[in-house]
Design a protein. Structure first.
Length: 196
């Protein structure tokens, strides 16, 4: 936990998840032979599967390089929220965020699947940013992209990088994905500011 680089998934979000779900974090640095997993419930480390009576310590386990975060039994501790929780729409929101981050961080593999499903709904692989965009939006989208780059170390905003599409064909679909300092701008107001 202490060595996770967040890229916008802030520690307070992990803490919040641990209060509204049974949270499992599995992590394995590539230089380590084994992975470790820890389970959290109501903000505290607990035994496996959320068992509060079992020993509450990180445990060795099998695992691939990287970190996996799994939230089970969402909103078990907030019954009113659980009643109105729509797993399908919430899952597609999560999927949308993961797809954005896979474009932003093409050197990291992202996998998203529902608990119990053997097949993932999304796997980004470790590819170029253009290959990931092609997988999400098609060859035509990549063909029309132009690279934008700006770097000036003597001002506050030191580096800008992006891809924009050529205005070659009329379209009624606008796709905007903006990251500032590693954090996705997801609200409409933030996007408007970023687009200006």
């Amino acid at each position: 936990m202490e060595a996770i680089t967040t890229y916008g998934f802030r520690g307070e979000a992990l803490s919040s998840l641990s209060y509204v779900s049974i949270l499992k974090i599995t992590s394995k640095p590539k230089e380590q032979d084994t992975a470790y997993e820890a389970w959290y419930k109501m903000g505290k480390i607990v035994g496996a599967e959320g068992n509060e009576k079992a020993e509450a310590v990180p445990r060795r386990c099998e695992g691939e390089n990287g970190t996996t975060i799994c939230a089970k039994e969402m909103f078990y501790s907030v019954p009113d929220r659980k009643r109105v929780f729509n797993t399908t729409s919430e899952y597609f929101k999560v999927l949308s965020v993961i797809r954005k981050y896979s474009m932003h961080l093409p050197n990291i593999q992202f996998v998203c699947k529902k608990i119990g499903n053997r097949i993932a709904d999304y796997i980004s692989g470790i590819k170029t940013r253009q290959e990931i965009i092609e997988g999400l939006y098609g060859k035509k989208a990549v063909k029309n992209l132009l690279e934008v780059s700006f770097k000036k170390p003597d001002i506050f905003l030191t580096k800008v990088y992006g891809l924009i599409s050529k205005p070659t064909e009329p379209t009624n679909k606008v796709i905007t994905v903006i990251f500032i300092n590693g954090t996705s701008l997801s609200s409409n107001k933030n996007r408007e500011i970023g687009e200006e």
